[in-house]
Structures are given as C-alpha cells and as structure tokens.
Design a protein around this ligand. Structure first.
Ligand code: XIL
Length: 334
C-alpha cells in the first residue's frame, strides 16, 4: 500500500504531521511518521514560550532534537511559529514589556527571529512567520506589546516577514491562521484577507497562507453549499494575489458527534474527503500536515475534551496506531 507521502508526492504535494519532543522517544510514533510522512512540524518546540519563556538564555534543545530527527531520516520540516501574535500565547515577559520606541520593538523582534530562523536551514523549508494575528470574532488585529509600540499589527507583521527572509532566505514564508470554512466567521476571513492585501501592497516577503484546518465537525448537514461558496471565494481571492496555500494543522474535532466510534469515524472520513477534495482542486495547495498522527497524541483530548469524557477521534490513526477511515479518506483525496 503506498504511503500518504508517496501518494502526495505524485501530485506535487508534501504530506506531514506535527511531532513533539516526547514522541521522539516513542519508537511506534517515530515509525509511523517515517512510514507516512515527508515532513514534520514541531507541535510546540519552536514557539517562543518554549524557546524563551523568560528573558534569559534561549532554549533550542527541543527544536534542534526534532530537526536532527528530520535530518537523520531524510525528512523535511516546517517551522511553527516565529511570532504567535496573540497575547494568550506570548510569554508574560513579552506581554509586560513596554518598548520605548518602534525601533526598540523591532530590534527585539530581530534579535529573536534571526536567532530562531537561522538555525537548521538545511531541513526547514518553510516558516509560519506569524500565527493568529486576527481576532476570530471581530476580524480586527490582535494587539500585543509589539503592535502598541510599532503603531499597529500590520507594521509588526511586515517587519517579522522581512526579518525572517533575511535570516532564512531559502525558506518559504507563511502567515498562518485558523479561519475554517465550516465554522469560521465571515469577519475572520475578511480580516485575514485585509491583512494579506495589506502585505501584498507593501511588498512584504510572504509566500503563502497557512490554513490550519482544525475542523469543527458538527453533523453533516452543517456542510452547506452556501458555506462552501463563501469559502471558495475567500481562497480564490487569496490565490489570485499569488499566494500559495498550506494546510498546516488538519484534524477533525468531534466534540458534538455521537459517541459511537464507528459512526464518528465514518462522518469524519466523509468530512475529510469532502474538505480535502475541495482544497486539493487548487494547484496552489502545496502542503498537507495533520496535527498529530494518532488520536492518542491529539491536543484535542486535553485542550477541548468531549463533555461525555469519551476519547476523541480527530486523527488518521487510532490510539493503538491502527489506520482509521480518516487515513483512507486522505489517501483517496490525494
Ligand atoms: C497547540 C498544541 O497542540 C498544544 O500542545 C499546545 O498546548 C497549544 O498549542 N493552532 C496552532 C497550534 O497554531 O500551535 C496549536 O497547537 C493548535 C492551534
């Protein structure tokens, strides 16, 4: 049976998964990654809250370990993420800094981004430079200590991309966000589009939009043609500006699906095939990464547990590492 990576490669796509430092010590997880994937992305290890939770020395050991694993095994790697432009996910010390001037804030961004993005350039072919800068409800930019100092989020984001291009000239650079087609608000899409248009006008060195693709699956009747049309219009607008699209964090949240595992798996697989079918029609879609290969390892088990306490099934493999209908749905869509 061909692997997902092989199926994808035949279509000019890269398939991959999130991986974390703990999984490096798990022979089964490693083997699954090596069997199915061409690329990995660190689940948390490249985030500022891991690399520099405090203003002290930078901690590159966990992200370097993942990059070493990629290098040793001939995998590629995506970098995620240089600046998570969301106060909830920035370290306290950054949130609490009052920069004395725009250039002081920019210098701090340059110090941090240059140090991170210049490492492991032989395996990291792409960076999520900025993550989640647009508020999902209002579509307005999220403010941070950087944006307060620099006169607005677009100024911060533009600077981040320029610094990243200098530090890692061989990597493609993406803006990554979660505006999903089925549950996402029109405001979120409009806000992201406004940001991309602004960056495009400024000549910011940005190559792609990362569509996280954390799907919130309700029942199949949520899957309406009107929602699909609105989403396609958004993707058309993005690609017509020349952006590529990466599906960076695909999984299917089954919070509201009935508990029966077989039924959930069928609904999730049908959703997967429909979503990927729609997205892979775009030749601009270059990457498909899932946010964890197994249900056991999905962040959703703890981040958004089901109310009934039943284990979630968001990933292509189950907790005993058996392929699920979702895995075959991905294979069919490729
Ligand atoms: C998540 C990780 O999976 C969790 O382990 C962590 O506690 C929080 O972040 N969007 C993103 C990812 O861009 O970085 C998030 O990853 C999931 C949502």
């Amino acid at each position: 049976k061909p692997s997902l990576a092989e199926l994808a490669r035949a279509k000019g796509l890269r398939v991959g998964s999130a991986m974390n430092a703990r999984q490096l010590d798990d022979a089964n997880y490693r083997a699954l990654i090596l069997r199915e994937c061409e690329t990995i992305v660190a689940e948390n290890e490249h985030k500022m809250y891991v690399i520099q939770p405090d203003p002290g020395p930078m901690n590159f050991a966990p992200s370097d370990a993942l990059a070493d694993f990629a290098r040793t095994n001939g995998l590629k790697m995506r970098g995620h993420t240089l600046v998570w432009h969301h106060p909830r996910w920035l370290p306290d010390w950054i949130n609490e800094t009052e920069f004395s001037s725009p250039s002081a804030a920019e210098a701090e961004l340059r110090r941090y981004i240059s140090a991170v993005a210049s490492r492991n350039q032989d395996v990291i072919y792409s960076w999520d430079v900025v993550n989640e800068a647009v508020d999902e409800t209002t579509g307005e930019y999220r403010e941070t200590s950087y944006s307060r100092a620099m006169g607005g989020a677009p100024e911060v984001i533009d600077a981040c991309f320029r610094i990243a291009r200098d530090a890692a000239p061989g990597a493609t650079l993406a803006y990554n966000d979660y505006m999903s087609w089925e549950g996402g608000s029109a405001n979120h899409r409009t806000g992201v589009l406004r940001l991309l248009e602004d960056l495009h006008k400024r000549g910011t060195p940005i190559d792609a939009l990362g569509v996280q693709s954390h799907s919130n699956q309700d029942m199949p009747d949520e899957f309406t043609p009107a929602k699909k049309r609105a989403w396609r219009a958004f993707v058309d607008d993005v690609t017509s500006m020349g952006f590529d699209i990466y599906l960076t964090e695909f999984d299917v949240n089954d919070t509201r699906l009935p508990p029966d595992p077989a039924l959930r798996d069928r609904i999730i697989a049908a959703y997967t095939e429909e979503y990927l079918g729609m997205m892979l029609e775009y030749e601009e879609v270059k990457d498909l990464l899932v946010w964890g290969m197994t249900d056991r390892d999905s962040w959703l088990q703890t981040f958004l547990p089901r109310e009934d306490g039943v284990e979630k099934r968001p990933a292509p493999y189950d907790s005993r590492f058996r392929p699920k209908p979702m895995r075959d749905a991905i294979a069919r869509a490729l």
